[in-house]
Structure formats: structure tokens, C-alpha cells
Design a protein around this ligand. Structure first.
Ligand code: ZN
Length: 170
């Protein structure tokens, strides 16, 4: 039986999640540098919002990323979804999973694994939350979420390097 204090804390966090999720879309400049967002409500589940300026492949790509967050919301429940995003390590796992979904989508559209993988690796590195995380930690987190894609990307990269004409030293 959880203590009354725990229940109260859970209640406060849940209420906070709802209020924050309701208010965030109203904040000015929400879309500055952001393509999409998935809100995770208790009972209702995931609600997605996309930057109205997006269309075509860019929107589809963002959808692949946000759909992964929606899945996490349904899988984890609103409370854990909210709490885990406050802890850098947990947030990294969640983001790595979403970036992997994005890269897998791009590869399914005919993209090259080595290019798509490098792209999401860069995007992960550019994420404000992970600025303090080392490149190695970020790379490991990504590889753990999509080992197959990481492997294909590494193989393609090795092939590409082998085929590349040798540059003469200046
Ligand atoms: Zn994300």
C-alpha cells in the first residue's frame, strides 16, 4: 500500500503533467526550432502537435519520431513518461528510440543507413538536454536502440571509405 505522502506526490505530478501539457501549446514561439511534440495525458493518452510549416517528407519524418513517443506514452503511462523525461539517462533512452524510428523510416524510404544514422546522431548531439553527455554516451544510447541500423551504417561507412579515392597529401 503506497503511503499517503506518495499518493499525494503522484497526484501533484499528475496534475502538473496535465497543466503543463495543456499550457505548453499556448506558449509563444512553441515551434521555434521544433517540429513536433507528443503530449502524454493520463487516461487520454498521447496527443500530437506538429509545426504547421512542415509538409511532405519532413512531416512524415517528424511523425515517425513523434509516433515513437506516442508508443512510449501508451507503453509507460503518463506518469512514468513524464518522470523519465526529467532524468537525463531515461530521456536519452526515450529520445534515442524516437531518433532510431526516424532513421529507420528514412532508410525505408530509400535513404542510406550511414547517412541517416549519422544525421540522427548529430540531431541527438544538438539536443539541449544532452549537451553535457559525451559523444560516446550518445552514440552508445543510439546503437542500443537500433543495433541493426547501427551495424548497417558502420558497414556502409567502411565500404564507402574503402571505395573512396585516396586523397593526396598537400
Ligand atoms: Zn523526441
Amino acid at each position: 500500500m503506497p503511503s499517503r505522502r506518495t499518493l499525494r506526490l503522484v497526484g501533484i505530478i499528475l496534475a502538473g503533467t496535465v497543466v503543463a501539457a495543456l499550457l505548453l501549446p499556448l506558449t509563444v514561439g512553441m515551434w521555434q526550432g521544433e517540429d513536433g511534440r507528443t503530449f502524454c495525458y493520463p487516461v487520454i493518452g498521447p496527443v500530437q502537435r506538429y509545426n504547421p510549416e512542415l509538409s511532405g517528407d519532413l512531416l512524415a519524418r517528424t511523425r515517425a519520431h513523434e509516433d515513437a513517443h506516442a508508443l512510449q506514452c501508451r507503453r509507460d503511462g503518463a506518469l512514468w513518461h513524464f518522470v523519465r523525461r526529467l532524468a537525463t539517462r531515461q530521456r536519452l533512452i526515450a529520445e534515442a528510440e524516437a531518433y532510431c524510428a526516424e532513421a529507420n523510416w528514412a532508410v525505408a524510404q530509400g535513404g542510406q543507413a550511414r547517412i541517416e544514422y549519422a544525421r540522427v546522431q548529430d540531431e541527438l548531439r544538438e539536443t539541449g538536454w544532452f549537451r553535457r553527455s559525451s559523444d560516446e554516451v550518445l552514440a552508445d544510447a543510439l546503437a542500443a536502440q537500433c543495433p541493426q541500423l547501427a551495424e548497417t551504417a558502420a558497414r556502409e561507412e567502411a565500404d564507402w571509405n574503402a571505395r573512396k579515392p585516396r586523397r593526396r597529401a598537400a
